[in-house]
Ligand binder design. Structure first.
Ligand code: DC
Length: 219
C-alpha cells in the first residue's frame, strides 16, 4: 500500500508519518530530508542560498544514499550518516531554494521511486502529486501559521537553538510563498487528497484521524 502525507513546513507531517510507519510497519520515505541533506552539503561547501545553481545540487545528489526503513529514512552523505543539523532553519531555507529547480525535482523523484517498494509511506510536499500520483491513500495536513511556527519553535528549543516566534512566522511564510509560487511543480495538494486540519489538535488525535482515513480508503 502506498500512502502519501504532504503538507507545509511545521505542520507535523514528519511526526505523523513516523508514527504511521511504525504502527503499520510500512517503510518511511522522508522526502524533505534529501533536499535538506543536499542543502547542508552545499552550505558546508561555502555556498550561499542565492548563489546555488541546479548543477551544484545535482552534483551533491550523487553522493547521497537513501534507504526507507520503518519509522525513519536512513540517509548517508559520502557514506557518513546525516545528523540533526539538517533540521536547522537555514538548511530548510536552502532546501526550499533547491526545491525550485525542476531538474533537481525530477532527479530526486526518480530516485524516490527507485528506492521505494510497493509498500511505502512517503512524506513531503509533492508525494501525492508527482512522486506517487497513483497512491491508494493521500493525506494533506494543514495548520494555522501561528501554530506551525510555535511547533517549530518547540523543536528548535529541544535542539538548543534560540529563535523568535515572529521571525519564525516570517521565515515560514517566505518558504511557503517560494514553494507555492515556483513556476514548475508548485506545491499544491493532490486533487484526491484528504485534508486534515491539525490546528489545536494533539499528535494522537491527528494520528487517529489519519488511521481512520486509511481504513476508509483501503478497508
Ligand atoms: O518538509 P521540510 O520542511 O523538511 O522541507 C524543506 C524544504 O525542502 C521545503 O521548504 C521545500 C523542499 N522540499 C520540496 O521542495 N519537496 C519535497 N518533497 C520536500 C521538501
Amino acid at each position: 500500500m502506498r500512502i502519501t502525507i504532504d503538507g507545509p513546513a511545521g505542520v507535523g507531517k514528519s511526526t505523523v508519518a513516523k508514527s504511521l510507519s511504525r504502527k503499520l510497519k510500512i517503510p518511511l520515505l522522508e522526502t524533505g530530508k534529501i533536499y535538506r541533506a543536499v542543502g547542508l552539503a552545499l552550505l558546508k561547501g561555502g555556498r550561499k542560498p542565492q548563489e546555488v545553481m541546479p548543477e551544484d545540487a545535482l552534483d551533491a545528489l550523487k553522493d547521497i544514499k537513501i534507504l526507507p526503513d520503518i519509522g525513519e529514512t536512513k540517509m548517508l552523505y559520502r557514506n557518513h550518516p546525516i545528523g540533526e543539523e539538517i533540521k536547522k532553519e537555514e538548511v530548510g531555507n536552502i532546501a526550499s531554494v533547491i526545491g525550485a529547480f525542476p531538474s533537481f525535482r525530477e532527479a530526486v523523484n526518480e530516485i524516490f521511486r527507485k528506492v521505494s517498494g510497493k509498500d511505502i509511506i512517503a512524506e513531503g510536499r509533492d508525494a501525492g502529486t508527482h512522486i506517487f500520483p497513483e497512491a491508494e491513500v493521500k493525506i494533506f495536513l494543514i495548520a494555522s501559521i501561528e501554530e506551525r511556527a510555535r511547533r517549530r519553535l518547540k523543536d528548535l528549543k529541544k535542539m538548543g537553538v534560540k529563535a523568535d516566534l515572529d521571525e519564525l512566522i516570517a521565515r515560514i511564510e517566505e518558504r511557503d510563498r517560494r514553494d507555492e509560487t515556483r513556476d514548475k511543480y508548485p506545491f499544491v495538494p493532490a486533487r484526491d487528497a484528504i485534508i486534515i486540519d491539525t490546528t489545536g489538535k494533539g499528535v494522537d488525535e491527528v494520528i487517529e484521524e489519519a488511521l481512520s482515513v486509511i481504513r476508509t480508503r483501503v478497508g
